[in-house]
Design a protein around this ligand. Structure first.
Ligand code: HEC
Ligand code: HEC
Length: 347
């Protein structure tokens, strides 16, 4: 056999082998799609255009929050802004950082994976254990957290901002009539107002809003499976998660040293319970889980089915669910950091 023939034979054998294993491509017809959209809408609901509380956020408040979000002087040594762990700019504006766990301003690693800031304003509470109720309450956390931005106290944050002349006007405009608008609570409020603008837009929105062709056949089959397998007992509501706490390892035990919500409530029944994460844009927020222990989305789906539902999914089923999660990819454009201060002005 010539070398070419040998190669061709090997290629043909591989092709046959791979075709033999693969289930036929799914085909979800129009009638089924209609029913699927009705069912998904009933289980998940439509993501509202505005987040709760956004009604009273003025453009001045949002603009200030955006500036603060990218402000490195809010960390102890001027090296880190919110955007370092929750990227909104560049090639991967996922609102997370792509790390297992995040490194802080002083180079120390935390123990938890950085969740996306996108859609966080829709969540029942903030953090994996829900220890902050609102975005406002959350925002002050990282500034003072020793393994994050590590500012020593509220006064240090206020001193840093008051020393920057270019912040006087934006704070005064965002908090009109206040004698000293530059404060930690106002900083947190402005950051929260900016975060309330960070809504994802994806093809599931389009599908639920009546565009029945917004999902490919494979994605529609994935949505069917997602509903049928029981993922929606925990990942439901328009954010597809983020509205409740659930035990990690409900059916089959899951190894973790993290006590989860127990650390907040001290109720024994909350041990190893975590906020069910939103699956909107999960395709770009890996690594996955509270400790970032799983790199790939297909592995995350497989583990979820096994540990949370006691089900063993086939490779084809996993591929369909992962394809559906792909339809939840945010098509939002990156947010650019505000222009630096004019040349010569203090930074
Ligand atoms: C050093 C990295 C780091 C920095 C800097 C940082 N964060 Fe985070 N952020 C995290 C991690 C890690 C978590 C999860 C911690 C946990 O759940 O215990 C988190 C959680 C959050 C959450 C909760 C999201 C959810 O789904 O529960 C929001 C909102 C958030 N951060 C916003 C901010 C803002 C605003 C700033 C700037 C003031 C900021 N972060 C700075 C790493 C960081
Ligand atoms: C009994 C509740 C429950 C069920 C059922 C469930 N999940 Fe989860 N899911 C969770 C919890 C809780 C977490 C977060 C665990 C942690 O803290 O690491 C999670 C995390 C995830 C993650 C990681 C997201 C991230 O940002 O880190 C994915 C992906 C996921 N689930 C997909 C699924 C799929 C697909 C199904 C159905 C096969 C499913 N889940 C079923 C509760 C559940």
């Amino acid at each position: 056999m010539t070398r070419f023939r040998l190669l061709a034979a090997v290629a043909a054998a591989l092709l046959v082998a791979s075709c033999g294993r693969r289930a036929p491509e799914p085909n979800v017809d129009r009638t089924t799609r209609k029913a699927l959209a009705v069912q998904a809408k009933a289980t998940l609901g439509i993501l509202p255009e505005k987040m709760p509380g956004a009604e009273t956020d003025t453009p001045e408040l949002v603009a200030l929050g955006k500036r603060l979000y990218f402000e490195k002087r809010l960390s102890v040594n001027g090296t880190q802004s919110c955007n370092d762990c929750h990227r909104l700019d560049g090639e991967h504006p996922s609102g997370a950082d792509g790390e297992r766990t995040s490194g802080g301003a002083m180079g120390r690693k935390g123990t938890r994976n950085s969740p996306s800031v996108k859609n966080a304003g829709y969540h029942v509470a903030q953090f994996w254990d829900g220890r902050a109720r609102t975005l406002e309450e959350q925002a002050a956390g990282p500034l003072l957290n020793p393994v994050e931005m590590a500012m020593p106290d509220a006064a240090a944050v206020e001193t840093a901002l008051r020393a920057a002349p270019e912040y006087r006007e934006p704070f005064a405009a965002a908090f009109p009539g206040e004698p000293e608008p530059i404060s930690l609570p106002n900083t947190a409020h402005a950051l929260a107002a900016f975060e309330r603008t960070l809504r994802t837009h994806d093809r599931l929105d389009d599908f639920l809003n009546g565009d029945l062709d917004a999902l490919s056949h494979r994605e529609a089959a994935g949505l069917q499976l997602f509903l049928k397998t029981g993922c929606t007992t925990c990942h439901n509501s328009p954010t597809i998660g983020a509205n409740q706490y659930q035990l990690l390892g409900l059916v089959k035990a899951w190894e973790t040293k993290d006590e989860g919500r127990f650390a907040v409530t001290k109720n024994e029944e909350d041990r190893r319970k975590f906020k069910v994460p939103s699956l909107r844009n999960a395709v770009s927020t890996g690594p996955y889980f509270h400790d970032g222990s799983v790199d790939r989305l297909d592995d995350a789906v497989k583990k979820m089915a096994w540990h949370q539902l006691g089900k063993e999914l086939t490779g084809d089923e996993i591929a369909s669910i992962v394809a559906f999660l792909g339809a939840l990819a945010d098509r939002g454009v990156p947010v650019s950091p505000p222009a630096p201060s004019p040349k010569g002005a203090p930074r």
